[in-house]
Design a protein around this ligand. Structure first.
Ligand code: GUN
Length: 284
């Protein structure tokens, strides 16, 4: 079997067109969706991420406010900016790019964001809402993975999903979303003794570790769906995921590539969340 590829670029283009149309409809009602993006310091990867987020906003008509601050910015100064943006009626989403410089407590900053503007879905209120099934913003990367499964018409009910990785940003929320969709969920991580014993049972595998070749063909049940959240570099410096793509492609029924898989979906879901926040604002 050779897996079908779930094209994150194509699905993103489709969803971003829908966002563009909905932004126009909202603007016609007098609400201009706005996202504030805060970058502190000059982490090169963060600069690229932030640039791509702002560009995606521009493409869909979402107003973006990019704040670049010096690495020496104090925690108090950053908290003051977040508080001001919480009050700003033009801004419906606030994103503080992580990682923050070591002298700033990232948790404190995230918890300062008003939950109704937490389009990253990182606030404890957002995490609690996801856990209990209440309305709230879902973290963009796992939300994007769910959209990919939805797009291929995959029903998770009664299926066994294995998530590799337990981060607050991907692994844990991913598991909760799969659970909410009625899958039986196993979370594996660095202390799992026999990863292969678990993955061989799985109908769906989500790899979100940040390490190359965590999942190889011998670890995958024929016909499984494989979602690769990893973003690594191989020996030649080429982008690659956590999955041995060439090998696993021969066994899986569906697979996401890297690049061009989950990556573009993350930014797309940020746009979706920002639009939803602006729509909520318009309705209130
Ligand atoms: N750093 C890496 N990924 C992300 C993300 O999705 N959101 C934020 N705020 N920072 C990040």
């Amino acid at each position: 079997m050779t897996a079908s590829i779930i094209d994150g670029n194509a699905l993103s283009a489709l969803l971003r067109q829908q966002v563009t149309d909905q932004v126009k409809a909202l603007q016609a009602r007098g609400v201009n969706p706005g996202l504030a993006v805060i970058l502190v310091g000059d982490n090169p990867a963060s600069q690229v991420y932030v640039r791509n987020k702002v560009k995606a906003c521009e493409q869909t008509g979402i107003h973006s406010l990019l704040e670049k601050h010096d690495a020496a910015m104090t925690e108090a100064e950053l908290l003051a900016r977040v508080h001001a943006l919480n009050q700003d009626k033009q801004i419906h989403g606030i994103l503080v790019q992580l990682p923050l410089p070591a002298h700033i407590n990232a948790e404190k900053v995230i918890e300062a964001i008003a939950p109704e503007k937490d389009v990253d879905g990182f606030h404890v209120a957002s995490a609690g809402a996801l856990m209990t099934g209440l309305p709230g913003y879902w973290p963009c990367t796992p939300h994007g993975c769910m959209k990919m499964l939805e797009h291929i018409g995959y029903s998770l009910r009664g299926k066994h999903a294995v998530v590799i990785g337990r981060s607050n940003i991907v692994g844990k929320p991913m598991a909760l979303m799969l659970l909410q969709a009625h899958a039986t969920v196993t979370i594996c991580h660095s202390a799992t003794p026999d990863l292969k014993a678990h993955t061989l049972q799985a109908d769906v595998i989500v790899a979100a570790v940040g390490k190359r070749n965590v999942l190889t063909a011998d670890m995958v049940k024929p016909g499984a769906v494989v979602i690769d959240v990893g973003m690594n570099r191989d020996d030649e410096g080429k982008l690659c995921g956590d999955v041995d793509y060439e090998g696993v492609k021969q066994v899986a029924s569906y697979i996401t590539p890297v690049p061009g898989g989950v990556g573009p979906m993350t930014i797309t879901m940020l746009l979706v969340n920002t639009l939803a926040s602006a729509e909520q604002h318009a309705a209130s």
